[in-house]
Design a protein around this ligand. Structure first.
Ligand code: G3P
Ligand code: CA
Length: 355
């Protein structure tokens, strides 16, 4: 039977709208360590503010305590965001660092948290001068469970449907300390209902071999199927270290930015998280990394976009120009930012998302 003229028009209109929706790019705003440009990073207050600013995803960096609680914090040591040195003198290791893994949750909860600082002649100086002042008010470390309950609670009470973007920090270090942090993260995610790709979650790590273990062994055993994101470091950052001749050597990250490396990543991950300068060549021209990754179906979520003085690369006139270039010219699929309100406003202004 031949379709009627009106049915044909309706079908064509439906097809046209499907094409335009699928072609609409919707880069996501990932609140890096919460709204960390405004409140001490990774505190529940910074996460609440990020939620209110309507980030699409909120990031959690995760490390383990001595008694196996997942703690939301960036470093494996407490030195540059807490008063650990004053409260627990004598608990540093030989290298001078106070490791989170050497403290119980009960001890960690006694610490006061502040924005990141550097110690100069014993005096803490803020890493970002114009941010929330050091040591003001009262903030504490949060567990992963506390943060998941906060975001899920806000998803119920405010209903913005914000996702999570946990990062497993230095699994090689935790394994060296006798702890399987990846298994602990997955089990917690499962307990809170994050089990598959229908949930609004990305799970990220700098450790390629660990992500492959998660993909091939841990998730199948736990009946989970979460989307994984491979973070890409510069080798000298010491994100991953390998034992060698009684010492440690840096894991070489260079393979990840080659076509065969990206092909390999696409077998276990749905996306990559490169450092933003990695998307430009030495002349400042856009290189082929994003195009190559996206051709393989990988999402590209670069880090970290900060609006603080000195954090916007010189070639850009403003933070807005910086973020706009990556969203519109390079066409990344989302970005990590300490200032989610600014990127969200830019996205709305440029009609880059169906907000
Ligand atoms: O996870 C994305 C970005 O946060 C990676 O850098 O060192 O801030 O965890 P880092
Ligand atoms: Ca991170």
């Amino acid at each position: 039977m031949r379709p009627t003229f009106s049915l044909l028009i309706t079908t064509l209109l439906c097809l046209a709208s499907t094409v335009s929706v699928s072609e609409t790019r919707s880069p996501v705003v990932i609140a890096h360590r919460g709204a960390s440009g405004y409140l001490p990073e990774h505190t529940l207050e910074a996460k609440t503010l990020a939620y209110a600013m309507r980030a699409d995803y909120i990031e959690q960096d995760l490390v383990l305590s001595k008694d196996d609680h997942l703690i939301v914090m960036h470093d494996i040591y407490l030195d540059n965001v807490t008063n650990v040195r004053d409260l627990f003198p004598g608990r540093a290791r030989e290298d001078g660092h106070f490791y989170t893994i050497d403290f119980t949750l009960e001890e960690l909860k006694q610490l006061q948290v502040t924005g990141p600082f550097v110690s100069v002649l014993g005096n803490p100086l803020p890493q970002y001068k114009q941010r929330f002042p050091l040591w003001k008010s009262r903030f504490e470390l949060a567990t992963f469970e506390e943060e998941l309950e906060l975001i899920q609670g806000l998803n119920q009470s405010l209903g913005y449907g914000v996702g999570i973007y946990p990062e497993i920090k230095k699994p090689w270090f935790h394994l060296h300390e006798g702890k399987d942090i990846s298994r602990a993260v997955l089990k917690t995610l499962k307990r809170y209902g994050y089990t598959d790709r229908d949930n609004k979650v990305f799970l990220q790590a700098f450790d390629a071999e660990e992500l492959q273990r998660i993909h091939a062994e841990l998730m199948p055993a736990l009946e989970m199927d979460l989307p994984l994101v491979q973070l890409i470091a510069e080798t000298e950052w010491e994100e991953k270290r390998l034992p060698e001749d009684g010492g440690w050597t840096n894991y070489d990250y260079d393979w990840m930015r080659t076509p065969t490396g990206l092909q390999k990543i696409s077998t276990y991950a749905v996306g990559i998280g490169p450092w933003h300068p990695m998307l430009l060549d030495q002349d400042g021209q856009v290189n082929t990394l994003v195009a190559e990754a996206q051709r393989l179906g990988l999402k590209v979520h670069p880090f970290t976009f900060r609006a603080d003085p000195g954090q916007v690369p010189e070639r850009f006139d403003s933070f807005e120009d910086f973020a706009r270039f990556y969203l519109e010219e390079i066409k990344v699929d989302g970005l990590f930012t300490d200032h989610p309100d600014k990127v969200r406003a830019l996205r709305q202004k440029r009609s880059l998302h169906n907000d």
